[in-house]
Write a protein that binds this ligand. Sequence first.
Ligand SMILES: C[S@@+](CC[C@H](N)C(=O)[O-])C[C@H]1O[C@@H](n2cnc3c(N)ncnc32)[C@H](O)[C@@H]1O
Length: 248
Amino acid sequence: MVEVHVGDCRAVMPALPASSVDCCITDPPYGDTSLDWDRICVGWVSHVSRVLKPAASIWVFGSMRFLAPLFDEMQAEGFRYSQDIVWEKQNGTGFHNDRFRRVHEHAVMFYRGQWREVFHETQFTMDARAKVVLAKRSPAHTGHIEKTPYVSVDGGPRMMRSVLAVRNEHGRAVHPTQKPVELLAHLIRYSCPPGGVVLDPFAGSGSTGLAARQNGRRAILIEEHPERAETMRQRLAQDAPLLQGTAA
Ligand SMILES: C[S@@+](CC[C@H](N)C(=O)[O-])C[C@H]1O[C@@H](n2cnc3c(N)ncnc32)[C@H](O)[C@@H]1O
């Protein structure tokens, strides 16, 4: 269910079949830090475009500085902006004492094709607070309608909001910028049909693969750094055996 490739995604993706992937969810290097791997990768979008099905979506995590120029590249490949979400963390990183305390990240969804043909399944959460309403009741025997006291009712499931508060995986993380599996699971369930294939060309710790597998989707993960790829394999193997594994 999870396929792991080791190598530069721009060299790996040409070997993947065209129009075979249902959606791409990825978190490329933003080029915002001095970390050795944090170098902006140019030209990956055209490779993703080739392997995606004609009507499909791409979710990209990133800082504003990274995402702003990406809009032009996406447009050049025929993708349109659809929506964005904010991941609210319980604590952040890289604080500056003269700025707002940064505890969030963005992910932007682009799509191509007719929106009705692009898989998207509205996500719901349970109602956080029961509603209080004034109810009119007719006692069974008399038929006489009377107002009863306020009653509390469960409003039922609510459409998931665009700000997702999910705890980050500090402490148990195996990658410096590891995304929580739970966060990715919401995006996967929204954008990839059950049994479909999710592609993550910048897979890091493999959170996308775990979230896909736990939700009955398949995943193709690509990671350039051999040691990180090995750590990812081990993480995936601990959760459940890899059914397929390749090395590019
Ligand atoms: C921001 S991290 C992804 C973290 C991931 N979302 C997670 O939850 O662990 C980006 C990853 O992309 C990898 N990377 C950078 N350039 C790459 C390339 N050209 N091809 C494949 N992987 C690359 C880096 O080694 C790094 O692990």
